[in-house]
Every structure is written in structure tokens, then in C-alpha cells.
Design a protein around this ligand. Structure first.
Ligand SMILES: [Zn+2]
Length: 360
């Protein structure tokens, strides 16, 4: 089997990076963004294009990454005769831009205004129905041509978002490590390269050593070196790390936790952080390593137990359902280097929960 690394064509990050977006686009573009992000960025993007004497059109994103919205934007591209699509904003806007690029066979620039997950760099879009119910995963043949992060804009988003991104990024190294031990395939259907595993490790080291400082920068709505490093870790290092390293127990446990109604208010990365603690118990990781992750989570306010996640009372039957769901056929938990059963996951959830509660 081959070793494969997947990554965006270019990754650009810097304060005010959006003001240079036209020079990276280089041709007539269609920009999509929701109302809020459009107000925040339209003037800067417009100026960047007019300075370069390149045409640009803007279209409001309607809020849902659905098949209908994708074909609506596709029609706009045809009407305007745009040569590149630019998605600016959060997950659903960016996923729509990726999907439109795929169907129009045009290049795409992804410009996140938050750093809350590692999805921007990936060759994946999640489609929803118009009512916001999960529809399907669109597995794209290519990663975005360019991912552009403006750290000035990102530093002004609510701190909880970058913290959630750290929760998502915290899992990457451990999941990649498990996949490497079991020779599991990554998202590209190959084995990880040395580069991917090194990036995953750098991701973890950066989050642990600079995450707390970045969290405080985000609370003060300013960009510092630590915030910049964490933005890179959340987006690029974790993005390449998960796609090219593979997912394992932490994300499968996240998927199981979505069964709990009490957890519906949580962001993806907040549930993944707890999933990481559960994975470490499941694989019987060294106690010191478990406490490194636990203490980090406490320092930035990531949940470390079920109560933190909004579960008022532990219903063991329900936790067993969560454990069963995380072990469903095809789940990434089966990438762990040993046989995983719902009983083992159930035990790991309750153990992680107890340690989390006792060390608050
Ligand atoms: Zn994730």
C-alpha cells in the first residue's frame, strides 16, 4: 500500500491577509459569505480586487450547505462567468464553496473567519437538507487550492470558538498514533507519511505549550504569536494531521455523544476533547499523558466530564447506547490497534468522567 499525504495547494496565514486576497486569486472571482461575514469583509475584499484591477462579484450565502444552495451558487458562477470561487466565513459557507468548486471544476479559496475545527483544509463537504438535517458526505477528489487565514479577523471571534478548535486538534496526534500502530488507512486510502505524523505531533505540542496563552489573547480579542501558532495548529497541522494520519476512537466517541440531547449545545471540538480523554483511558495511555491532556482542558475551559458537557444525571443505559453508537460498523474506532467493544468504551467513558470530575 502507498503512503499518501493530502493537503491544500497553498496555506496562507497572517494579520490582514484578506487584504491581499486578490493577488492570490489572480482572476475574476465570486465571493460567497453570510450576512454577518459579508458586512465584516466585503469592503476589504472589494478594495483588494479593485487595486489589482480584477473583477469580483459577491453573493450572500443563504445559511445552509444544501444541494439546492450549491446549485444556486453554481448558476451565479455561470451568470457572472467567474473563474474562481472564494468562500469566506464558517464551516457551512466553506463547505458550500468547496462543493460548488467541485461541480463547476473551478479553483477555490477557503478563507475561514474562525479557527474552530480542522475541516477547512480537507477534501470533504458535509451536505445538509434545507431543514438542516445531515444529508451526505461529499468526498472531493481534491483539497482546496488555497486556504487563507486572516488572524486579525480570527482573533476577534468569540474565544470559545478557538478553544473548540483546540479540542478538535487535541485528538489529532493520538488518533494518528493509533492509526499508525494498526496500519489503518488514512482519508486518502493510504498509509501516513512521516511528514503527516510529524505535523500531528507538532500540532499536539503547540496546543499544549501555547494554547493557554492563545486562549487569553482570544479573550482579549488580540492576535499574538501564540494565537497565530494555535490558529495554524487548529487549521493546518490538525487538518493535514487528521486527513493524512487517520481518525480513531476520539472522533467515534464524539459521534456517539451526539446521541445525548444534553450535549446538543456543544461545539464539535468540545465533544472531541472529552472523546480524547476517553480514548486515552481506552488505550491505557500513561497516566502522565492523560493528566497532561486533562490539565490542559481544564486550563482553557474544555469539558473533562459529562457534567461539564451538560449531562445532569448519568443514565448508564444511555451511556451504553453512546458506547454502542461509537462502535457502529464503519466507525473510525475500529482503527484502534486492538479489538474495541461497546463494553470497553462504556468503561472508559465512566472512568474518564470520574477522573475529570474529581480533578476539577
Ligand atoms: Zn474533528
Amino acid at each position: 500500500m502507498e503512503n499518501i499525504i493530502l493537503s491544500p495547494g497553498k496555506y496562507i496565514q497572517g494579520s490582514m491577509a484578506i487584504e491581499n486576497i486578490a493577488s492570490h486569486a489572480g482572476k475574476k472571482a465570486l465571493v460567497i459569505a453570510d450576512d454577518f461575514v459579508m458586512n465584516l469583509t466585503k469592503e476589504k475584499i472589494s478594495k483588494s480586487f479593485s487595486d489589482k484591477e480584477i473583477d469580483v462579484d459577491f453573493e450572500l450565502f443563504n445559511g445552509e450547505c444544501s444541494k439546492k444552495e450549491v446549485s444556486r451558487i453554481k448558476e451565479k458562477i455561470e451568470t457572472f462567468n467567474s473563474k474562481i470561487i472564494i468562500g469566506v466565513g464558517g464551516g457551512k459557507t466553506l463547505d458550500t464553496a468547496k462543493a460548488v468548486a467541485y461541480y463547476t471544476e473551478l479553483p477555490v479559496i477557503i478563507a475561514p473567519t474562525i479557527a474552530s475545527t480542522d475541516a477547512p483544509c480537507s477534501a470533504l463537504s458535509v451536505l445538509y437538507t434545507e431543514d438542516g438535517v445531515f444529508d451526505e458526505y461529499l468526498l472531493l477528489p481534491n483539497n482546496p487550492n488555497i486556504v487563507l487565514m486572516d488572524t486579525d479577523i480570527i482573533s476577534k471571534a468569540p474565544a470559545r470558538l478557538i478553544v473548540s478548535g483546540m479540542g478538535d486538534a487535541l485528538a489529532t496526534y493520538f488518533e494518528a498514533r493509533s492509526c499508525a500502530q494498526s496500519n489503518a488507512k488514512n482519508m486518502g486510502g493510504g498509509l501516513p507519511t512521516g511528514a503527516a505524523l510529524t505535523l500531528a505531533r507538532l500540532c499536539y505540542d503547540t496546543i499544549l505549550s501555547e494554547g493557554y496563552m492563545a486562549y487569553n489573547s482570544a479573550k482579549s480579542k488580540v492576535s499574538t504569536k501564540s494565537l497565530e501558532n494555535v490558529v495554524e495548529a487548529n487549521t493546518y497541522l490538525s487538518g493535514v494531521g487528521f486527513e493524512s494520519g487517520g481518525l480513531a476512537a476520539a472522533h467515534a466517541i464524539h459521534n456517539g455523544l451526539t446521541l445525548l440531547e444534553d450535549c446538543h449545545h456543544l461545539y464539535h471540538g468540545e465533544k472531541v476533547a472529552f472523546g480524547t480523554l476517553v480514548q486515552l483511558i481506552l488505550e491505557n495511555a500513561p497516566q502522565e499523558e492523560f493528566f497532561d491532556v486533562l490539565n490542559f482542558c481544564i486550563s482553557v475551559g474544555l469539558p473533562t466530564n459529562l457534567e461539564d458537557m451538560g449531562v445532569k444525571e448519568i443514565d448508564e443505559k444511555l451511556i451504553m447506547e453512546v458506547a454502542k453508537a461509537s462502535c457502529a460498523p464503519g466507525e473510525t474506532i475500529h482503527n484502534m490497534p486492538f479489538l474495541v467493544t461497546p463494553e470497553k468504551v462504556f468503561a472508559a467513558i465512566l472512568t474518564a468522567d470520574r477522573i475529570g470530575k474529581e480533578n476539577r
